[in-house]
Design a protein around this ligand. Structure first.
Ligand code: BGC
Length: 501
């Protein structure tokens, strides 16, 4: 039970000025002595960690915004700059390309520079990139500006979930990872709304990206680095103080001391043992690598970002001639994406991962197939079918194919290989994101909408087979149990059979 209630602003002040906290913390200790029930402790911890998740979530919102903003900007850009499909693909795909490089840089610098510093740098790059793209005089500057934004996205998309998971209490980690995916979808929706609000003015659309970036900078600036990173660098006093602030409890609290001891021991163990690529390819870890990489490959080749980045173009190809209608329909897609992500978050622990993925891939395969057939046969109701098909497609993606690769990549790897495995999986995500976004205008010009969507539909059918044969059920299975299963040498897909739907 909550024993003290303070307004969020007071909590925020206490976070920024720890001395002020100490008084409040000791005052609280009188009414809530150490050793009070665990559930009570968990509820007291929640507000600060949600604030931290919201700040780090701004990085997810920026990731989504910079993916989605191009959707509204493309029509006026084509008009103002007169670009051909190859240049359009390059300029649009500069974000995922930059993100691929950013993820490599982020992975290399995370240990030395720390999560906070890298997030601050990415916020600065986000602000610079937004302003540079808003002021760009031509296609080359714009492509460079989007490359800068991409670098920021790549670094932030790795650091923000890491910041959250290293700050969160263990039992809230899964939920907080899903909040990150929700932030991505909110960013995409925000970009669509901005596209609608600024109608034909692409400069203002890009400039708006600086707003959440400034908020990210301010928010992260006020926070310290994560207790785990501080402990890893041997800064134990700061690590303990940071943990106490995050849990809103005094440093002397036994729960804080116990958690700190766990973090310190894990950090010490990590130091002695550094995972290598050979470890990832060993028979023990390989099945996990295949699942994590495979799910991201399928997520991207299901064509999601052809829809997210080029939705108005898809509507135009389906017969919606007014730009405003195209942008409005696109905003509708953004709303469905957000709402169905929330539904997915509610179902993920009830239906399990496998059933949800099977539902998702069936829905995407059917909807893409229907649009492809309607486009190939020149159906008079192509417009209606495309709209209904895209809604079904996004809904099926958002409940399963969007969040599950992120959730499962944080579950399947054994602890010693988790960081390296996750960074390889993110590279697959960005690499194929780039390929899809770059190739879409070129492929549409060559094979038409029917051919391209037909191809994505075939990938979704492959996703069904992949899930059926290779994806394990991790719902309700502890991370330690997953690790034991991998060590036993039994096929990974047999894991959690009892839990499977
Ligand atoms: C994917 C992004 C995609 C987004 C759409 C994420 O899970 O990684 O590439 O744009 O979902 O909501």
């Amino acid at each position: 039970m909550r024993t003290t209630s303070s307004p969020p602003s007071a909590r925020w002040r206490a976070w920024c000025w720890p001395e002020a906290r100490t008084h409040r913390a000791s005052a609280r200790q009188e009414v809530a002595p150490p050793g009070c029930p665990a559930s009570g402790q968990a509820r007291r911890e929640a507000p600060m960690i949600y604030l931290i998740a919201a700040i780090a979530g701004l990085a997810g919102a920026l990731f989504g915004f910079d993916e989605g903003v191009i959707a509204g900007a493309l029509a006026p850009l084509r008009r103002d700059l007169g670009i051909d499909p190859v240049a359009e693909g390059m300029m649009t795909a500069a974000v995922p390309f930059g993100a691929f490089i950013g993820a490599i840089i982020g992975g290399r610098l995370a240990a030395a520079a720390g999560r906070r510093k890298l997030l601050l740098w990415s916020a600065i790059l986000f602000i610079g990139g937004a302003l540079l793209s808003a002021l760009a005089g031509g296609l080359i500057t714009l492509t460079l500006a989007r490359l800068v934004i991409g670098l920021a996205v790549g670094v932030a998309a790795m650091m923000a979930p890491l910041y959250i998971s290293e700050s969160a209490p263990a039992k809230e980690r899964g939920m907080l990872v899903s909040i990150y995916q929700l932030a991505i979808t909110l960013g995409i929706l925000g970009a669509y709304v901005v596209g609608y609000a600024f109608d034909e003015n692409w400069r203002w659309m890009f400039a708006m990206g600086a707003v959440p970036a400034v908020m990210l900078f301010g928010g992260i600036f006020a926070l310290s680095d994560t207790p785990r990173w501080l402990a890893m660098r041997g800064r134990s006093a700061e690590a303990k103080a940071a943990l106490a602030r995050m849990r809103e409890r005094p440093e002397s609290d036994p729960a804080v001391a116990a958690e700190y001891e766990e973090i310190r021991a894990a950090a010490a163990a990590d130091e002695g043992r550094k995972a290598t690529f050979a470890d990832l390819l060993s028979p023990r870890v390989r099945p996990a690598l295949i699942v994590a990489m495979g799910l991201f490959l399928l997520q991207q080749l299901s064509g999601i970002n052809a829809v997210i980045y080029y939705a108005p173009t898809v509507f135009e190809l389906s017969g919606f001639s007014s730009t405003t209608t195209q942008i409005l329909a696109t905003a509708g897609i953004g709303v469905v994406n957000v709402l169905m992500t929330v539904v997915g978050m509610m179902l993920i622990d009830r239906l399990g991962r496998r059933l949800l993925l099977l539902i998702g891939f069936t829905g995407t395969a059917v909807s893409l197939g229907a649009i492809a057939i309607a486009a190939a046969t020149g159906s008079p109701s192509l417009g209606v079918l495309a709209l209904a098909g895209l809604v079904l497609y996004i809904a099926s993606f958002a409940i399963a194919i969007g969040p599950l690769p992120w959730v499962m990549m944080s579950e399947v790897f054994p602890l010693d290989c988790r960081a390296l495995g996750m960074s390889i999986a993110s590279l697959v995500n960005w690499g194929f994101n780039f390929i899809v976004v770059f190739s879409f205008p070129v492929l549409v010009a060559e094979f038409g909408l029917a051919g391209v969507f037909g191809l994505y539909a075939v990938v979704c059918v492959a996703g069904l087979a992949f899930t059926q044969w290779l994806v394990p059920e991790t719902n309700g299975v502890s991370l330690e149990e997953i690790e034991r299963h991998l060590r036993s040498g039994r096929p990974l897909r047999e894991l959690g059979r009892l839990h499977a739907a």
